[in-house]
Design a protein around this ligand. Structure first.
Ligand code: TRP
Length: 366
């Protein structure tokens, strides 16, 4: 049976490798050497696949106009999964690339049916943490889907002209009006930076989770059809894995007991991590004899994504675990300690930025 990517579904992708064959996503391996700077997301294959990232990197290398754009749906409180995307953006900003972030408030309101007041509350929190992770407010363009201008909105309407319902359904499956609007709006997000009014960027990279690939495919089809009329080029994309929730499924605000939220207090975090799903054996004796299975462990994943940036310490943990030298209890306690350090640091920085968010971002007025 064919694998289906659903940008609006709650799912965990069983095997990321399947996406290579089925959708033509390229493995990240062959471009890692071309990166101007290494980052553990790439070397650990947390960013595991791409489309035309090599072309984008060539553009960067040759001094052409390159940009990065990604977006967030403000549909819940910020959790560790979001921090990872902010960190990706920070990495690109350090390379000197233009950074653009769209707040998908229209999508949250129309598709997810989040009340407007909540949408803006969440949006404020996301932006604050984006700055806390290290994005420079002065060099980051953040806009809202409902607060843009005519040139951008015009694209949404133009794009609908050359895509048929059959093509939309082939990409997305069953659709409803709100989703069709959201899909064309996202295509405008992805493609508008190429217009002269928005900087005329030639190479635009969209780092996203694999669930967003249908939107990337639609945007690439649209670019092909508007090459002449609007001078559009295909956007590039990278795909990251999702850090799993502490129950082993996708981390999501809809399952708060298994997600780590930035506004969780210390005792909540401690409780959640100490109860997380691990790759440990049934008894301590068995674990010492057989070793643990870190590839099943959600706590190991915390180290992999966020807690151990150096490969040596990560490798040591992996070996200590698989050889049975370290047991889960001890390992979890250390994870709690390191995680609290990371989160306390982010919270402190978020407090610094909470009053300046308004200065940098134009919030819609309705
Ligand atoms: N659909 C994305 C989400 O669910 C949000 C989004 C809107 C986006 N426009 C985008 C992501 C453009 C990347 C690029 O989070």
């Amino acid at each position: 049976m064919g694998l289906k990517l659903d940008p609006w579904g709650h799912f965990a992708i069983e095997s990321y490798e399947k996406l290579f064959k089925q959708f033509g996503i390229e493995p990240i391996d062959n471009v890692v050497d071309k990166l101007p700077k290494k980052h553990h997301y790439f070397t650990r294959k947390i960013v595991f696949g791409h489309r035309d990232f090599d072309k984008w990197l060539n553009g960067l290398h040759n001094g052409e106009r390159v940009a990065v754009l990604t977006g967030f749906m403000p549909s819940g409180h910020v959790h560790l999964g979001h921090v990872m995307v902010f960190e990706e953006l920070r990495y690109y900003q350090e390379l000197g690339v233009s950074i653009n972030v769209v707040v998908a408030d229209a999508e949250a309101y129309a598709v997810r049916k989040i009340p407007r007041k909540k949408v803006f509350e969440y949006a404020r929190e996301y932006i604050t943490y984006a700055y806390a992770v290290g994005l420079d407010p002065g060099r980051t363009r953040i806009y809202f889907q409902t607060n843009s201008d005519t040139t951008y909105y015009r694209l949404i309407q133009l794009f609908s002209r050359k895509i048929s319902m059959a093509e939309m359904e082939a990409i997305y499956g069953e659709l409803e009006p709100a989703k069709i609007m959201a899909a064309f709006t996202q295509a405008a997000d992805i493609l508008h930076l190429q217009l002269p009014e928005y900087g005329g960027y030639k190479w635009v990279l969209v780092p996203v989770g694999a669930d967003q690939d249908p939107h990337i495919r639609l945007s690439r089809d649209i670019a092909d059809r508007y090459g002449r009329e609007l001078g559009l080029n295909r956007p590039a994309s990278t795909y990251h894995k999702f850090i799993r929730g502490l129950d082993g499924n996708k981390m999501s605000s809809s399952k708060p007991d298994y997600a780590i939220f930035l506004d969780d207090d210390a005792s909540t975090i401690r409780y959640k991590v100490l109860n997380a799903l691990t790759g440990g054996r049934a008894t301590a004796e068995e674990q010492r004899r057989l070793g643990g299975e870190p590839w099943k462990c959600t706590v190991y994943e915390l180290y992999l994504y966020h807690l151990f940036k150096g490969d040596k310490e990560l490798l040591k943990l992996y070996e200590d675990c698989t050889s049975g030298r370290i047991l889960c209890g001890e390992d979890k306690k250390r994870a709690v300690k390191l995680l609290l350090e990371v989160i306390d640091g982010l919270k402190a920085r978020a407090r610094e930025y909470s009053s300046v968010v308004e200065d940098y971002v134009a919030f819609p007025k309705f």
